[in-house]
Write a protein that binds this ligand. Sequence first.
Ligand code: AMP
Length: 279
Amino acid sequence: MRVINSPQKIQQYCLNLRRRGKTIAVVPTMGALHDGHVTLLHRARKKADVVILTIFVNPTQFGPKEDFKKYPRDHWGDLAKAKSAGTDIVFMPEVHEIYPPGYQTYVEVTKATQELCGASRPTHFKGVTTIVLKLLNLTQPHFAFFGLKDYQQYCVIKKMVEDLNLPIEVIGVPTVREADGLAMSSRNQYLDPQQRKNALCLYRGLQKVKEEIKGGNTSIQNLLQLLKKEIEPEVTQIDYITCMEADTIEPLKIYKPKNTLFALAVFVGKTRLIDNMVV
Ligand code: AMP
């Protein structure tokens, strides 16, 4: 496994791979790797000749009051996990190499970013699409893997790739969960044991909604009420608990089979957690 820090070097390296006819898969991450990230790497390993993991805690996707500075970083642990998942190249640049002095170019997806996390984190997706486009330009992949845990992010990136005619297949990977259902996240490390228990309400609530729908209750108003009732007592603050059309991320009033997204973001203590389900 090779570690490359320089943007120029990774781009030259990847252009060379393509000239030699190799297929490339990229897995963009912010590090502090867990089994969710490792699953993305395994999927990438099956799909392409060369697997590139990028690790970059991207400052432009954090708001001014968010956790950029204290976001977990685990350099050596990440390299060990990447290696055992069969990664060929780890690209981990410094902030000043990605955003050198005088940097001024950003890319924005305008509509799919309006609701959900886009509403409560107004600059977040502009940072996400900008860094992802830069990483795609640097790594020249045929395939890019993203987790469906960040469902809106997956949709926004898919839209950017489609709208900008990038010759890349974006592949979404189902959410990897702990044995008790909690969606894996680097931010779960912030939770103390009591908060870790409280955090289970997200999955429990979503499962209840799924059961209700199976039993024939498809009133979105009812289902959202039920979800809120499950979650409210366990969390410090609700950012949103809502229902959207899954493929467009636009508000939905009537249940659409297989295309209804239930999405939620809550604070447990100071930790912001998200989860979702498409039913
Ligand atoms: P992050 O490092 O949190 O920015 O995540 C990097 C990539 O891993 C994103 O595409 C995430 O959606 C994905 N990811 C994070 N957690 C999970 C999970 N529990 N299951 C599947 N994918 C995940």
